[in-house]
Design a protein around this ligand. Structure first.
Ligand code: NAP
Ligand code: GLV
Length: 308
């Protein structure tokens, strides 16, 4: 059994070691050392692979080395090849931790205090209790629900917006395009955890940002292309948006002259909100191999009709 690793080269040794611990009988190979390509059944990749099926005709599953799959052209994948997301509990926990950081930064007016600090100005603002702050999460999926669960003990008023109805820990689920306006109108802090699809691309545009309460904060941890960056900049400059914690960008890294770098109300991190946790990912692959042998449906398979 051969698994080919074609993701981040600096992490390859960690993957190799984890496979040798959990599944010493699996032959782990790292690109470009592929051996006979017809023996490759499984690939772990982050970037799309040109001519995938011509190069690996016996491929059974393509594992995305991440939660998102927007980088892959799912239409190029024959139906017998599964596209699987390597998301598991520890990856969701790490994302939830970042979301808590972003929400608390906005909730406790940290952008304002940083501006005051640079001015050597000692000036407290009134503290707003968490129970008076409304936090909304777009995308009540694996990561969105984990983030809501982790935010709950702070006492925020929580809600989510999702394609289909979901049980939202501690709050209401707004559903579909018809309830988007109502949802946005009650988000003092908005967290984006949607997958990137043709429907969600550019969803954080001027029209939708203008529906948020004046001075609302944004935490974007999904994909840069969800945001129309010029619209967000205008909203920040006008004060309509009070601050943005941004982990993802249209271009990564943003160009050196991008206004986000120096904006006093923007906090940038280099796409680190969460990432695949190798131990859990290998465990998931092992569970899927077991399921495949028994003819059971694989875990975490992407629904191609939805694109995520
Ligand atoms: P997921 O489990 O597939 O959940 C996606 C959720 O979004 C689902 O609940 C889905 O609704 C909802 N949704 C999709 N399209 C929608 C639409 N048009 N309108 C309303 N709701 C919609 O995904 P996940 O594992 O939570 O991951 C979410 C995204 O996070 C990934 O796609 C990736 O881009 C991003 N991510 C970022 C980082 C980082 O480091 N910054 C790390 C990991 C992941 P249904 O349940 O009704 O289908
Ligand atoms: C990271 O952005 C991921 O999709 O895992």
């Amino acid at each position: 059994m051969r698994i080919l690793y074609m993701a981040e080269p600096s992490s390859a040794s960690e993957w190799r070691e984890e496979f040798s611990k959990q599944a010493p009988d699996i032959e782990f190979r790292e690109w470009p050392d592929i051996g006979d390509p017809s023996e490759v059944r499984y690939i772990i990749a982050w970037e799309p692979i040109p001519d995938l099926m011509q190069r690996f005709p016996n491929l059974k599953a393509l594992y995305s080395a991440g939660a998102g799959v927007d980088q892959f052209d799912l239409s190029q994948l024959p139906s017998h090849v599964s596209m699987v997301r390597l998301i598991e509990t520890s990856m969701a926990d790490i994302m939830a931790e970042y979301v808590v950081f972003g929400v608390l930064t906005l909730h406790r007016d940290i952008f304002d205090y940083q501006i005051r600090q640079r001015e050597r100005c000692w000036m407290p603002f009134p503290v707003i209790p968490a129970c008076e702050r409304r936090v909304g999460v777009m995308g009540a999926g694996r990561l969105g629900l984990a983030a809501l669960e982790r935010l709950r003990p702070f006492g925020f008023q929580l809600s989510a917006w999702n394609r289909s109805p979901k049980d939202v820990p501690g709050g209401r689920c707004y559903v579909g395009g018809q309830q988007l306006h109502e949802f946005l109108g009650q988000c003092d802090v908005l967290v984006n955890l949607l997958p990137l699809t043709p429907e969600t691309q550019g969803i954080l545009n001027a029209a939708n940002l203008s529906l948020l309460p004046h001075g609302a904060g944004l935490v974007n941890v999904a994909r840069g292309a969800h945001v129309v960056e010029e619209d967000l900049l205008r909203s920040l400059n006008s004060g309509r948006i009070g601050g943005a914690v941004l982990d993802v960008f249209n271009q990564e890294p943003p160009s050196p002259d991008h206004p986000f770098w120096s904006h006093p109300r923007v906090l940038i991190t280099p796409h680190i909100a969460s990432n695949v946790q190798v131990k859990g990912a290998v465990d998931l692959i092992m569970r899927n191999l077991y399921r495949e042998r028994r003819g059971l449906p694989l875990l975490n398979v992407v629904d191609r009709s939805k694109g995520y």
